[in-house]
Design a protein around this ligand. Structure first.
Ligand code: GDP
Length: 468
């Protein structure tokens, strides 16, 4: 009778909402890269172009009409900061266009697609919803995964050896050299060493070096000043007693791994299925062969972080799920005339091949591209000393327009690693350093996303298969 009917009714309505939730797949896309690589600009332009679908011809689901509508939704992770899309877009495309504030910590945004699958079966299935959860996080934090396999003694020795002749490290090395690790811990000494090491890391990043662990020294967030961030690499003394500086540094290094690195991976990283790694390859090439070498090592370390089964505890947490596609994208390609883009892409491909070999990486599908998430230039051929040069023109601080030629890229990527002292050529050493372009002041028509280079191809590789 009545009871049976109402039970049936409520089971039916429950069934409807459960099935709706079950058949709305979620794609979790990680966006990372070292600071200034272009994460914020990438996500903002990506979302704007997807919402408007104005400039995405290479995304098949746009070209064939599969995507019917796209909208922003509240994200499911209620304790993670939301990516400030609206503020960033207003900065880039408002009346006085400028670059947005960069990524400082992890943030998220959910974009939802209403798709009508194509073909006969697709037509029968009707409209469905696919969610894209975009997770923005600093690449510095990703490189920290490499610390999990190392003891403090290993890390300190490796780091001191690697930075021994870097000018940016001179001050820190003098301080560390004058420090006796066997001496009793003095909190002021520990603080001074940590501050000095953090200062080195900041200068090293600015000079183009990519190895910058511990990542929280650069972007500490709410951890600034805590003991887990108050350590630095020092030489191992012959005999370090229980309350010595060395032993305390060791304890703090372990605390950093256990309390900062692991929780980050557990909470944010473990569930990522698709990943884009943005690389400021042009900046490293301009900085010279050692910065390129360093970028190459960082790419291998990043791939190692995604290697299936690398960390027992991490694999256990994700229940066998792993990253399926990883894209390495050289950003800011709008600094170069398109005639140079194939070379930039070839360089990224060579670096990726090497990184895969070094990291002994197999499993996920990988690709390399060169892109500009927000194209700030137009191409122009200028004449220089009687010959034509393929230049780009853009807007500088103060509104002045100027055309520049960045310089050449080598046809053979290996030439990037030839040390300058062997009389090698310098790459991107023409006007590259002066190319501080602002976003172009272009009024976007309704339905038109911000201008970009190959952003649609990047998206097709990353998630195109999930939108069919
Ligand atoms: P993040 O630290 O990885 O979030 O980097 P941002 O997205 O804030 O980008 C850092 C800076 O790189 C920006 O302020 C711009 O100066 C520059 N940039 C990023 N993307 C582009 C691009 O597509 N074209 C050009 N010309 N510059 C870019």
């Amino acid at each position: 009778g009545d009871i049976a009917d109402s039970v049936t009714r409520s089971v039916e309505s429950l069934g409807a909402s459960v099935s709706e939730a079950f058949f709305e797949p979620v794609i979790r896309l990680g966006v990372t890269g070292l600071s200034r690589a272009g994460k914020t600009v990438f996500i903002t332009s990506l979302v704007a172009n997807l919402l408007d679908r104005g400039r995405m011809p290479q995304l098949k689901a746009v070209a064939d009409g599969t995507i019917r509508s796209v909208f922003l939704q509240p994200q499911p992770d209620v304790t993670v900061p939301r990516f400030e899309y609206e503020a960033h877009l207003a900065a880039m495309t408002g009346p006085d266009p400028h670059w947005p504030d960069s990524t400082r910590a992890v943030s998220e945004l959910r974009l939802s697609f209403r798709v009508q699958p194509q073909g006969m079966l697709g037509g029968l299935r009707g409209l469905r919803t696919v969610h894209l959860d975009i997770v923005d996080y600093p690449g510095e934090w990703l490189l920290d995964l490499g610390l999990l396999d190392r003891t403090y003694a290993d890390w300190a020795a490796e780091t001191l050896a690697r930075i021994a002749d870097r000018p940016e490290a001179a001050g820190f090395l003098a301080l560390a050299g004058a420090t006796d690790g066997a001496a009793r811990l003095d909190e002021a000494d520990a603080r001074a060493l940590a501050d000095s090491f953090a200062g080195y890391l900041i200068r090293a990043r600015a000079a183009g070096w990519s190895d910058c662990t511990p990542g929280r020294f650069l972007l500490p967030g709410e951890m600034a000043g805590s003991p887990a961030l108050t350590f630095a690499p020092i030489a191992q003394p012959a005999d370090a007693g229980r309350s010595s500086l060395w032993r305390e540094m060791d304890r703090r290094f372990e605390a950093y791994k256990a309390r900062i690195v692991k929780p980050f991976f557990r909470e944010h990283f473990a569930r990522i299925e698709r990943q884009v790694v943005l690389v400021d390859a042009l900046g490293a090439i301009h900085a010279g062969p050692r910065a390129v070498e360093d970028m190459r090592r960082a790419m291998a370390e990043i791939l190692a972080a995604f290697r299936p089964g690398r960390n027992g505890w991490l694999t256990g947490l994700v229940g066998g799920r792993r990253v399926e596609r990883i894209l390495f994208a050289a950003t800011k390609a709008d600094h170069l005339h398109h005639s140079q883009h194939p070379r930039l892409t070839a360089i990224m491909e060579a670096l990726l091949r090497e990184a895969r070999d070094r990291a002994d990486f197999a499993g996920a599908k990988t690709a390399a591209m060169s892109i500009a998430a927000l194209r700030a230039t137009v191409e122009e051929t200028i004449s220089h000393e009687g010959g034509p040069l393929d230049a780009v023109r853009g807007r500088l601080e103060g509104g002045r327009q100027a055309a520049f030629w960045a310089g050449e890229l080598p046809g053979d990527p290996a030439q990037l690693l030839v040390p300058a002292r062997q009389g090698a050529e310098r790459w991107l050493d023409a006007d590259f350093g002066a190319m501080a372009f602002l976003p172009a002041a272009a009024a976007l028509r309704p339905g038109e996303g911000p201008p970009h280079i190959r952003l649609d191809r990047a998206v097709e590789f990353l998630i195109g298969d999930r939108l069919r």
